[in-house]
Every structure is written in structure tokens, then in C-alpha cells.
Design a protein around this ligand. Structure first.
Ligand SMILES: Nc1nc2c(ncn2[C@@H]2O[C@H](COP(=O)(O)OP(=O)(O)OP(=O)(O)O)[C@@H](O)[C@H]2O)c(=O)[nH]1
Length: 368
């Protein structure tokens, strides 16, 4: 995992961003549920430890806080769909809790020793927020928000001054808890990203796997503007079984890795490239017409054909070729049908002697 991926979700793929938000939304829901139960349930502890005057005010404050938190439960279902809802819900949660903290501290303004449960509330909050796998930038925003609210409360309650002797102590402790929160959040983010990569990448070539590719294909199709087309290409290595049989499976693997590197080099970062099956690869070229896509497929075919691949065991070299089926689609295309057409074109390329690219359009199957 790269450092910038810890810093901001701006550097995550669109798919992972959605998965992470879904994960955060579930944890957020549990967090809100626990807080509602905890804040309301704490009334029993207050009844036990507080005097009548404080208890009379605080049980109402607790129940009102619990009631204010409740709408966040249905809101968490919307968070799964949209990052903005997630940010809004998180800051609504913090605002309600920090307001609760300010009001409860205010109710103890006339006593010398505030009960520990109330003094520790902001630290407790930071500890709870560690369950969310947030990137550091988002975590820092949470820290700044909590720190500002705690200092603002101090300023308000302490005759408009922050010079109360304990300030440095409190800020220092808050920063220590914040660091621990950021550390745990980053660890969770890393674990989630590692699991995501393991389940969406092909372990040999590190290209995306078929499941993720199909999701991305659907997303690209939906986002396509009217009149815009994309191109889909299926490639299959020719007589690959023979390479395995003659040179061994290790060499077969070497060929797959080498071809996937060439695919990435030729099609560049705008293309979505996946290992579709054993020796089959698929490429999606967004915003590309059929002819242009077919030309790029041909460039790839020529590059693979002319590039000897070295056997890691005996340093002998082998030449491989591949065949391709090209098809184009738009916003209204059925992706299963597109794959079917690309497969038909690929089958035709194989039956015409291999090492060629055939383009499929609704009316023709054209050899390039
Ligand atoms: N080394 C290696 N071989 C694989 C891998 N995945 C699939 N294969 C092999 O790929 C071969 C595919 O063979 P076939 O489906 O007969 O196709 P082909 O020999 O390429 O023949 P055509 O496609 O008709 O040109 C099989 O022998 C599989 O064992 C892999 O990850 N590594």
C-alpha cells in the first residue's frame, strides 16, 4: 500500500471507495446504536452517583441526546450510496455528542470535582471513532473538530479564558488519543485495502480479475454519455497448452506475466485490463470507437508477436502469438451480449488460423 493511499481516498479506485464507504456505513450504524444505548443507559449510573439536582437535569439531556442520535440510524443506509451523506452523518454525530458534552460539563460548573465519566467523554469518543477505517486526512478533520469543540467548551465555561492551568494537560492527552485513533484507523484501512486487492486481483499477473472487470464494465457503460462508445477486446494466447507441455508451467506463467505487461504498456492507464480466464485477457477502452479500438488491438498483437520471452530456467526464448475479438458498445448495450459477440469474433480469429484480430459489429465480422 502506498503512503498516499493512507492519506486520502482520492487515491483509491472508485470501486474500493464504494466498498470502504459501505463498510464505514455498517460500523457507523453499530456505533450510533451503541451510543444511543450507552448514553440513555448511563442514566442508571447517574441515578446511583449524582445528587438529585444534577440527576434531574442530566437524565433529560441524555434522553434528548439519544433521541437526536436516532435519525442517524436510517441515514446510515444512505451513507452506503454516497460519500457526502457519510461526511454529513459523521459530523452530525460529532456535533450532537460534543453538544451533549458541553451541556453536561456546564451542569457541573458549580462543583469542584466533575464525575470521571463526563471528563473522559471526548477521549472515549476518540477511542470509539478508531473503529472507522478512515484515511488520515479525514481522521485529522475529525480530530480538529473535536479539539475545537473541547477548547470552545472550555473557553465558554471558564470565564472566556483558556488559561486554566489544565489546558496543556488536556490538549496533550487529546492529541495522544488522536494519534492512537489515527494509527488504528490507518491499520484498518490497510487491512481493508489488502483484502480488497487479494479478492479483486489476479495473483499471477496482478491485473484485475473477471469479477471486478464485469463491475467496472457495467459502471463505464452506465456513465457513458449518449452518442459515446467504448470498445471491448478479448484476447486469447494461441496454442498456449503447447507452451506448457514443451517448456513447463513455469514458462507458461512467465508468458502470461510478460503478455500482461505488454498489455499495460500498449493500452495505457485509461484502459481497464483484466485476466478473464486461464490464458484469456480482456481490455475495455472507454470513449473509443470500434475502428480505433481494433487498431490498438492490432498494435498489441504485433508487439506480442515480435517480442521473444525468456525462459527463467534455461534462458532459451520462445515466441508467442495471440488472437483477438473486438466489439464496441454504448450506454444501451447489454454487456453479456457484448462479451458474447467479442467471443464470437475471437472464435472466428482462431478458426481463421490464429494470430489475427477480428472486429465484430452488429452487421459484420470484419478481419483487419
Ligand atoms: N502455466 C499456466 N497455464 C495455464 C494457466 N491457466 C490456464 N493454463 C493453461 O492454458 C491452457 C489452455 O489450453 P487450451 O484451452 O487448449 O487452449 P490453447 O492451447 O491456447 O489453444 P487455442 O486457444 O485453441 O489456441 C491449458 O493447458 C491450461 O492448463 C496458468 O495460470 N498458468
Amino acid at each position: 500500500m502506498e503512503l498516499k493511499e493512507y492519506w486520502s481516498d482520492h487515491y483509491h479506485s472508485r470501486d474500493f471507495r464504494l466498498i470502504r464507504i459501505g463498510f464505514v456505513a455498517v460500523r457507523f450504524r453499530w456505533l450510533v446504536t451503541l451510543l444511543i444505548i450507552g448514553i440513555a443507559g448511563w442514566v442508571a449510573v447517574d441515578w446511583w452517583v449524582l445528587d438529585a439536582a444534577h440527576f434531574k437535569l442530566l437524565w433529560k439531556v441524555r434522553l434528548i441526546t439519544g433521541a437526536m442520535l436516532t435519525p442517524l440510524l436510517p441515514l446510515s443506509y444512505l451513507c452506503k450510496l454516497n460519500r457526502r451523506w457519510m461526511v454529513l452523518s459523521l459530523f452530525a454525530l460529532l456535533s450532537i455528542l460534543l453538544f451533549f458534552n458541553a451541556v453536561s460539563l456546564w451542569s457541573f460548573r458549580d462543583v469542584a470535582t466533575i464525575p470521571a465519566g463526563y471528563v473522559a467523554f471526548p477521549y472515549f469518543l476518540l477511542a470509539l471513532l478508531a473503529v472507522l477505517p478512515l484515511p488520515i486526512r479525514s481522521g485529522l478533520r475529525v480530530v480538529v473538530f473535536i479539539l475545537a469543540a473541547v477548547l470552545g467548551t472550555d473557553y465558554w465555561l471558564d470565564s472566556h479564558t483558556l488559561d486554566n492551568g489544565q489546558l496543556i494537560d488536556r490538549v496533550w492527552l487529546l492529541l495522544c488519543f488522536s494519534l492512537a485513533m489515527l494509527w488504528v484507523q490507518s491499520g484498518q484501512l490497510r487491512m481493508l485495502l489488502d483484502l480488497y486487492r487479494e479478492s479483486t486481483r489476479d495473483p499471477l499477473t496482478r491485473l484485475m480479475n473477471r469479477r471486478l472487470f464485469m463491475q467496472q464494465l457495467n459502471a463505464v457503460r452506465q456513465e457513458n454519455k449518449a452518442g459515446q462508445s467504448f470498445t471491448l477486446i478479448l484476447f486469447d494466447l494461441d496454442k498456449f497448452k503447447r507452451i506448457n507441455d514443451q517448456h513447463g508451467h513455469l514458462m507458461g506463467d512467465e508468458v502470461l506475466v510478460s503478455v500482461s505487461t505488454t498489455l499495460v504498456d500498449i493500452f495505457g492507464s485509461d484502459a481497464l485490463i483484466a485476466r478473464y480466464g486461464g490464458e484469456e485477457f480482456v481490455v475495455l477502452l472507454p470513449n473509443t470507437a470500434l475502428e480505433q479500438g481494433a487498431r490498438q488491438a492490432e498494435t498489441l498483437r504485433l508487439a506480442v508477436e515480435s517480442q521473444p520471452i525468456e525462459n527463467p530456467l534455461d534462458e532459451t526464448e520462445v515466441l508467442v502469438t495471440l488472437s483477438g475479438g473486438v466489439v464496441s458498445g454504448d450506454k444501451n448495450s447489454d454487456v453479456t451480449q457484448l462479451i458474447q459477440w467479442a467471443d464470437e469474433a475471437l472464435y472466428k480469429a482462431k478458426s481463421q488460423g490464429r494470430n489475427c484480430v477480428i472486429a465484430h459489429s452488429p452487421h459484420i465480422l470484419a478481419e483487419l
